[in-house]
Design a protein around this ligand. Structure first.
Ligand code: FPP
Length: 233
């Protein structure tokens, strides 16, 4: 049976879920934020070691300033409410993305979460904020090129060595990627890291994505034949 060490989720459909209930889109993001806690606990209970969640992409800046402003305040709401519990559960928070482009208050809250959990050894909860995979790979190439110019890296490196320049350096590759809300897209998410990941697209929106739906997805994943380009007898 496959083990799922690294699970990545594209948390889609908050806005549509809220609209269907006659509520503003932001109401969906709030329920979505609470669901991050629910699913982090469920994933941890199911043996996942790295949970990487797409919260805000480099393309999401195109949304209305009200909506962007609301999402930028969610970390403060979220960590005030749940940080102590996460610490008690030994969760370690990591942020993936260019944090220096986020509002200062958002950066402060995220840095507080990172620093207070840095010695924890349990679930790695990776939240992608202002993240885009093409930007990540471009930045990695720039850093690598500089190391070559500075004589710190050889011109001939392996894929594994190049991985060390990515924002996910030190994390294992993604085993399983789930996207909620029925869209069949990857949307610039972890393009390098999902090279051999299994993919699942579920109709439920993120607010409807319960621990039971997660379990259903993982049961499907466990039953798959992962060959990594080889042949299983
Ligand atoms: C996609 O749904 C969701 C987002 C762009 C925001 C996701 C953010 C959260 C779930 C909260 C993050 C939590 C923390 C702690 C930072 P959508 O708005 O694109 O939905 P739609 O496709 O229905 O419009």
């Amino acid at each position: 049976m496959n083990s799922c060490q690294h699970l990545a989720i594209i948390m889609d459909g908050n806005g549509r879920w809220a609209k269907a209930q006659g509520k503003p889109r932001t109401a969906g993001h709030l329920v979505g934020a609470d669901n991050v806690r629910t699913i982090a606990i469920a994933a941890n209970d199911l043996g996942v070691k790295y949970l990487t969640l797409y919260a805000f992409s480099t393309e999401n800046w195109k949304r209305s300033s009200d909506e962007v402003g609301y999402i930028m305040k969610l970390p403060s709401y979220f960590f005030k409410r749940y940080m102590q519990e996460f610490l008690d559960r030994n969760f370690k928070l990591n942020i993936i993305g260019e944090m220096n482009r986020l509002p200062k208050a958002t950066q402060d809250v995220l840095n507080y979460g990172i620093e207070s959990s840095m010695n924890n050894t349990g679930l790695n909860l990776n939240i992608c904020m202002n993240y885009g995979s093409q930007r990540e790979i471009t930045l990695a190439a720039m850093k690598y090129a500089k190391d070559v110019v500075d004589g710190k890296a050889s011109l001939d490196i392996s894929e594994e060595e190049f991985s060390g320049y990515l924002m996910t350096s030190g994390f294992p590759p993604v085993d399983f990627l789930i996207r909620t809300s029925g869209e069949l897209r990857i949307s610039n998410y972890l393009l390098w890291q999902i090279a051999y990941a299994e993919l699942e697209f579920v109709p439920e929106s993120w607010p409807e994505f319960t621990p039971d739906v997660l379990k259903r997805c993982l049961d499907d994943y466990y039953s798959r034949d992962r060959r990594f380009g080889g042949v299983n007898k």
